[in-house]
Design a protein around this ligand. Structure first.
Ligand SMILES: C[S@@+](CC[C@H](N)C(=O)[O-])C[C@H]1O[C@@H](n2cnc3c(N)ncnc32)[C@H](O)[C@@H]1O
Ligand SMILES: Nc1nc2[nH]cc(C(=O)O)c2c(=O)[nH]1
Ligand code: SF4
Ligand SMILES: [Mg+2]
Length: 235
């Protein structure tokens, strides 16, 4: 069995959500069933990049993670694209046998049995600004598939007032999931430097909105890696 892999990189730090700041190696799967208007990982989504995705056996993927981490167990972050398109069970199995932990980032459109093998399942339903429409039945199946997982959390990207209002309703559907909000980064071209002032303004706006609304169950975090490295790949 081979998997389509866009990149494997690290160790770096997890820049988003519940595990922010934690050293991690990323496995980025190629291919996505969504086309978010502001996707910051188009090189793992757009079929124009297809020929850059490597077909890899689970053993080869695992060897690369082990090499990058020097054989020292850490948290492996599986992202994409949508990693749920493919079967990561064999990779997770190999890693867990060696004491590694696993987190996975997915939009929650496709449920997988292996979600239950994860230490962290990060479900990131997409707000209106993405141009995508959430299938809440499929999303609920992802939550159910993650039951055996160490923890399942929700992470929502917010660009504007419409996204904010949508996020409040989305969060209310799953009140038991710990909730992370992150401001959207409007500049996703790897060639264009990010404007730190714009990012700070967006973060401040979101903090203001959350506090004004008395939304005290939410945590608001920036994309730390974008502040540090902009849209550079492989970090
Ligand atoms: C690139 S996606 C890959 C995993 C999966 N497809 C998903 O969307 O959850 C990883 C995370 O980056 C977030 N993201 C993508 N583009 C972004 C942007 N322009 N600004 C802020 N977050 C973004 C997504 O919402 C998701 O939470
Ligand atoms: N450092 C770092 N943190 C991240 N958190 C989520 C990422 C992703 O693209 O899935 C990401 C990424 O690409 N780099
Ligand atoms: S679901 Fe994730 S990887 Fe797919 S297009 Fe949207 S942000 Fe990008
Ligand atoms: Mg990213």
């Amino acid at each position: 069995m081979t998997l389509r892999i866009a990149e494997i990189f690290g160790p770096t730090i997890q820049g988003e959500g519940a595990l922010i700041g934690e050293p991690t190696v990323f496995i980025r799967a190629g291919g996505c069933d969504y086309r978010c208007s502001w996707c910051d990982s188009l090189h793992a989504v757009d079929s124009a990049y297809r020929e850059t995705w490597r077909p890899m056996q689970p053993d080869a993927i695992w060897e690369e993670v082990r090499r990058l981490s020097g054989g020292q167990p850490l948290t492996v972050s599986i992202s994409g694209g949508n990693p749920a398109i493919q079967d990561f069970a064999p990779v997770i199995g190999r890693g867990k046998a060696e004491g590694y932990r696993f987190a996975c980032e997915t939009q929650g459109s496709i449920a997988r049995d292996w979600f239950g093998d994860l230490d962290w399942l990060v479900l990131s339903p997409k707000p209106p600004s993405s141009g995508e429409q959430v299938d809440w039945e499929a999303f609920a199946k992802c939550v159910a598939a993650g039951q055996g997982a160490g923890a399942t959390v929700m992470k929502i990207v917010i660009f504007d007032e419409a996204d904010f209002n949508w996020a409040r309703e989305a969060a209310a559907r799953f009140p038991d999931l710990p909730l992370y909000l992150q401001p959207g980064n409007p500049e996703v071209d790897p060639q264009t430097p990010v404007d730190l002032e714009t990012l700070s303004e967006r973060m401040l706006w979101l903090v203001d909105r959350v506090t004004e609304a008395g939304w005290f169950s939410a945590r608001v975090l920036p994309q730390l890696h974008v502040f540090l490295w902009g849209n550079k790949r492989g970090v």
